[in-house]
Design a protein around this ligand. Structure first.
Ligand code: DGT
Ligand code: CA
Ligand code: CA
Ligand code: ZN
Length: 569
């Protein structure tokens, strides 16, 4: 959907033209932008119908420009203006409370060309002296720049949860709100979300718009129209909301859950059947009659497909599987009988073995495994051969005090040369051996792959821990040839980890799917360092579902007897 992009470009053009003191034109561009802002449908659809010029304020000239943006995602005229003006209007316009008049004054008097210049001028307290600015504006602009710099481009799934709950709660308490559902990447269980997308059924859209844009935590209203609005919250998260009719709720959900790639495929299938699919419903091309739209199930059915779970909707083979009746029966949180990879005060965790095990029992698990760090100097309080005996005794004691099976084990470092700091014979006596890369992360792909595969080939390992070793928003994944790693793990019956730690989410769903296709099996872990981390195992379930996993592929779903057998080394 390019409406927002087009609005932004048209407004930026207006600003540039105003800075260049071109008469009248800025007003025309702004008027067009305003109409598009309040458009209740995708402008691409208007364009396809050849009706751009029917939008109020859009004449031949602007219509051509809009068409160019829809077709190419860019506008040559705009690019040229940007080059001419030498002022980064786009960047400056992102700062709240800064409009074209102020940008002009800043340039004319202080030669401010971009956000960097502005920040410098603000810090040197030069801005307050400009006519129409003052100390208060200076502070506001500085705060705006700081907020922009802090704003992450994507959010951890875990951090999106309270926002989703907050929006739902704020809306659901009104009688005129019949239904609220979250869609988008969040609904597909993606590891991170760009923004949140909500759908609401209501016969009073204007009231919904008011309530939504006036929620307590809203710092900026990005757009407010008759049936859709976008806001920004204090943490920088953008939330889009759209009101639809009950009889189009299914097709609207389908559209806004996405992914875009999945939607495009569905539209193609519709066309082949002489139908057309949009967020408003599934229609006959010939008679224009509506065929489905109330529920997602109905739309899929009319397209000749089984219902596809949102986590699978990435156009990665799910549509073919749905047509063949071969969709996987995805694992659910209820199927998880226990979790691997938990840390305690014996290494860098915050709780004792007993506290962790009791919490696991309280959560309804049937087993858990302890895998405190063993290895390399550098990890806080790591286990050593000398401490290992006492550590194992402690776990044995805890086993007698709780009603769940407690597996012992370690998370051992894969050293630079692919060796592990404990012998194979000693490792084979432990219940669960997880091997992970924690140090020397910058190796080239070939070397790193050799290192990991060497460990998998030579040692009795049960689980390859967090294979990417990435920290979301902080550290990129290590360079690995996944095909080779998957092949080696599969050969030795080594499980690949689905690590549920919110900042790891490792392997992510799409790589789990690749591993599955290579014949690998998986183990879900919490990587908990505190008992409050244990409930986050559901994040791993999201990943497993996005990776097409069924119970038979995920060790955590098996019976204890089968798990013990699978862990034998
Ligand atoms: P995000 O927010 O980056 O994590 O990812 P999404 O998938 O939530 O993407 P978003 O918020 O831009 O749009 C929400 C859904 O709306 C998306 O999953 C599918 C639908 N959608 C958005 N733009 C288009 C489009 O241009 N064409 C089609 N067919 N669907 C779109
Ligand atoms: Ca989204
Ligand atoms: Ca969105
Ligand atoms: Zn680790």
């Amino acid at each position: 959907m390019k409406n927002q992009l087009i609005v932004k470009i048209l407004n930026n053009i207006a600003d540039i033209l105003e800075l260049q003191e071109v008469p009248f034109k800025p007003i025309a561009y702004r008027r067009a932008a305003q109409s598009i802002e309040s458009l209740s449908e995708d402008i691409a659809d208007v364009y396809e119908r050849g009706e751009l010029e029917e939008i109020s304020g859009v004449g031949r000239n602007i219509a051509e420009k809009i068409a160019e943006i829809i077709e190419t995602g860019k506008l040559k005229y705009y690019e040229r203006l940007k080059r001419e003006i030498k002022i980064d209007v786009e960047g400056l316009n992102n700062i709240p409370n800064l409009g074209p008049k102020k940008i002009k004054a800043l340039y004319n008097i202080l030669r401010v060309k971009n956000v960097e210049d502005l920040e410098k001028a603000l810090r040197e307290q030069k801005v307050r002296r400009l006519p129409g600015f003052g100390e208060k504006t200076e502070l506001l602009l500085l705060q705006g720049i700081e907020a922009l710099q802090k704003r992450p481009s994507r959010f951890l799934y875990l951090h999106a949860i309270p926002i989703v709950e907050m929006v739902k709660k704020n809306l659901a308490r009104y009688d005129f709100v019949k239904r609220v559902e979250v869609a988008g990447s969040y609904r597909r269980g993606k590891e991170t979300v760009g923004d949140l997308d909500f759908l609401v059924v209501s016969s009073q859209p204007a009231m919904v718009m008011d309530v939504f844009t006036k929620m307590k935590d809203v710092t900026e209203v990005l757009a407010k129209g008759g049936t859709k609005s976008s806001i920004r919250l204090s943490n920088g998260m953008q939330v889009d909301l759209r009101v639809v009719q009950e009889n189009e709720f299914g097709s609207a959900l389908l559209y806004f859950i996405g992914s875009k790639e999945h939607n495009i495929e569905l539209r193609k299938i519709a066309l082949k059947k002489g139908l057309t699919l949009s967020e408003y419903g599934l229609f006959s091309l010939k008679t224009k009659k509506k065929i489905a739209g109330k529920s997602q199930e109905e739309v899929y059915q009319k397209l000749g497909l089984r219902f596809i779970e949102p986590e699978l909707r990435e156009n990665k083979g799910e549509i073919y599987a749905a047509r063949q009746g071969k969709l996987p029966t995805l694992v659910t949180a209820k199927d998880i009988k226990g979790v691997f990879h938990n840390h305690t005060t014996w290494s860098d965790g915050h709780n004792s073995h007993l506290e962790m095990a009791q919490k696991a029992e309280e959560l309804g698990f049937k087993f858990m495994s302890f895998n405190d760090h063993f290895g390399h100097v550098g990890i806080t309080n790591q286990l050593t051969e000398k401490r290992l005996g006492k550590y194992l005794q402690e776990i044995e004691k805890v086993q007698k005090k709780v009603g769940i099976r407690v597996f012992n084990g370690v998370e051992i470092d894969i050293l630079k040369d692919g060796s592990l700091p404990l012998s194979a014979s000693k490792l084979s006596k432990l219940d669960v051996v997880i091997a992970s890369v924690h140090v020397a992360l910058t190796m080239k792909e070939k070397e790193m792959t050799k290192r990991v595969c060497h460990a998998l080939n030579k040692y009795p390992i049960n689980i390859l821990g967090h294979p990417f070793d990435r920290i979301l928003q902080e550290r990129e994944a290590i360079a690995l040839n996944l095909d080779k790693v998957f092949e080696t793990a599969q050969k030795h019956n080594i499980f690949l980890e689905a690590n549920s730690s919110p900042k790891r989410m490792d392997l992510p769903g799409e790589s789990i799917k690749a591993g599955l296709e290579a014949g690998c099996k998986f183990a879900l872990s919490t990587d908990a360092h505190h008992l409050s981390h244990l409930p986050y195992y559901f994040l791993g379930v999201n990943m497993a579902r996005r990776g097409w996993l069924e119970q038979k592929h995920l060790l955590n779903c098996w019976s204890l007897g089968k798990i013990e057998k699978a862990l034998q080394k």
